[in-house]
Design a protein around this ligand. Structure first.
Ligand code: AMP
Ligand code: GLY
Length: 437
């Protein structure tokens, strides 16, 4: 029997714990530190009060409790080498090594890596010197996107509307150092047009098994208005990514990335996430040959994509993860169910700006009682006297599953309407583009 430890505290980690606990091979799932949802889940799932950054504490816990498998959710501990630390302690841990996690932790590394291996991505240049970056900005004749190279909790990308805004963004990162050391290197790249999609894959260092494509909704308000967030909702599979396109992503993006990392001595084991821009027209006449470009790689499951993807996984997640760790993913059975899933995020008042915490959350049990619904907690906490309160900007990810996207969305929205907390807001148009299209 497996004793599993999941590291992280968001909706993604609740979904991972939920799916892992469904395995008949799993006896226990601890979540460190977890949230109100993993505290309330009961059954095999329980929280451990250790933060993601406490590698020594997590390793000691794993040893003392006979943990047989650890699954890491967020990028920060991966980029800091948590998998290397667990392996050095003789523990099995699912995720990329520190070296392989560079594909997310350094956008400069990722861009040069893609160039070395012929993976389609926007034209770019990398700078450490402000004057050189400014000169480049004034020279290029195309609109740009400006990126702090390091990890900045999803906030380090600026898409300026005018050349003046682009210069301001550069100053913000390189002079005011708003993102600290994450802005030591800056990537200036060509701004691409199109629709975004996320394609995630299980990887064992050699083989990739793609998951159904998903679409995230990054802006806070309906119609993609307002500031960027960590993600306000997602659905899968995304019809934009046809089966042929999914195969093209595997062949031209994910497989070359895994092959390239192996060839460079950093074999990639874990989930590799490609954030893609798909040109408006998939016509063969699209500029420079490819209408598919990588915007970024992430070294982990997406949040909230995972809350819409894992409910579609028919296979046992533990078996898939074990196959990755053993380098036998090619023989593993990774099956997906027919149908769709959609997740809608309920956010705190003011999010993505400053928001209050500690507001009482009601209606979760009623929502969960509806057919085809799972409520994953993102930012909640169970108080000592047993009340469920808000504890983050994204509070809940409410997932509906059904035979088609319309049904999945209807279920997610029927469920979220049962839930209440003061100041709660959510987008009403998750998946709407896919339905109209
Ligand atoms: P990233 O973290 O690199 O995916 O960037 C965050 C967001 O910025 C993406 O989801 C896109 O919406 C936008 N973005 C990044 N790179 C580009 C680009 N080259 N062209 C247009 N939008 C981009
Ligand atoms: N949903 C975007 C991410 O996980 O990075």
């Amino acid at each position: 029997m497996e004793l599993v430890l999941v590291i992280g505290r968001g909706g993604r980690e609740h979904a991972l714990a939920w799916k892992l606990a469904q395995s008949s091979r799993v006896q226990r799932v601890w979540v460190a530190p977890g949230n109100g949802g993993t505290a309330l889940a009961g059954g095999k799932i329980a929280n451990v009060p250790l933060p993601e950054s406490d590698f020594a504490g997590l390793i000691a816990f794993a040893r003392q409790n006979g943990v047989t498998l650890t699954v890491v959710g967020p990028e920060a501990p991966l980029a800091e080498g948590i998998v290397d630390a667990f392996q050095a302690a003789g523990l099995r841990c699912f995720g990329p090594s520190r070296a392989a996690a560079q594909i997310e932790a350094s956008k400069a590394f990722a861009k040069d890596f893609m160039a070395r291996h012929g993976i389609p991505t926007a034209r770019y240049a990398i700078f450490t010197d402000f004057d050189a970056a400014l000169a480049h900005l004034r020279r290029v004749d195309y609109p740009v996107v400006i990126k702090a190279s390091g990890l900045a909790a999803g906030t380090g990308v600026i898409v300026p509307d005018t050349p003046d805004d682009a210069e301001a963004a550069l100053r913000q990162i390189m002079v005011a150092r708003e993102f600290g050391a994450a802005g030591d290197q800056v990537v200036i790249e060509e701004r691409l047009e199109g629709q975004e999609a996320s394609v995630l894959a299980f990887c064992d260092g050699r083989t990739v098994a793609v998951m159904p494509a998903a679409q995230d909704h990054k802006r806070v308000f309906d119609g993609d208005q307002g500031p960027n967030t960590g993600g306000m909702g997602a659905y899968a599979p995304a019809p934009l990514v046809t089966p042929q396109l999914l195969e093209e992503v595997r062949r031209t993006v994910l497989q070359p990335a895994v092959d390239g990392l192996a060839a460079e001595g950093a074999p990639y084991v874990g989930v590799l996430y490609a954030g893609l821009m798909i040109a408006p027209s998939r016509s063969p006449l699209t500029v420079r040959g490819s209408s598919l470009h990588v915007l970024e790689f992430n070294c982990r499951f997406g949040d909230p994509e995972t809350q819409a993807i894992l409910p579609l996984l028919e296979s046992d997640l533990v078996e898939v993860v074990e196959a990755c760790l053993d380098g036998r993913l090619a023989e593993a059975d990774v099956r997906w169910r027919q149908g769709s899933a959609a997740t809608v995020v309920a956010a705190s008042e003011g999010y993505p700006g400053p928001y209050p915490k500690g507001r009482e959350v009601a209606g979760v049990a009623e929502a969960e009682a509806l057919p085809g619904v799972a409520v994953f907690h993102a930012g909640t906490r169970l108080t000592e006297d047993g009340r469920l309160v808000t504890d983050g900007g994204r509070v809940l990810a409410v997932t509906g599953v059904g035979d088609d996207l319309t049904t999945a969305l209807a279920r997610a929205y029927a469920a979220i309407e049962r839930i209440r907390f003061q100041g709660m807001h959510y987008r009403r148009d998750i998946g709407a583009k896919a339905i109209v299209g």
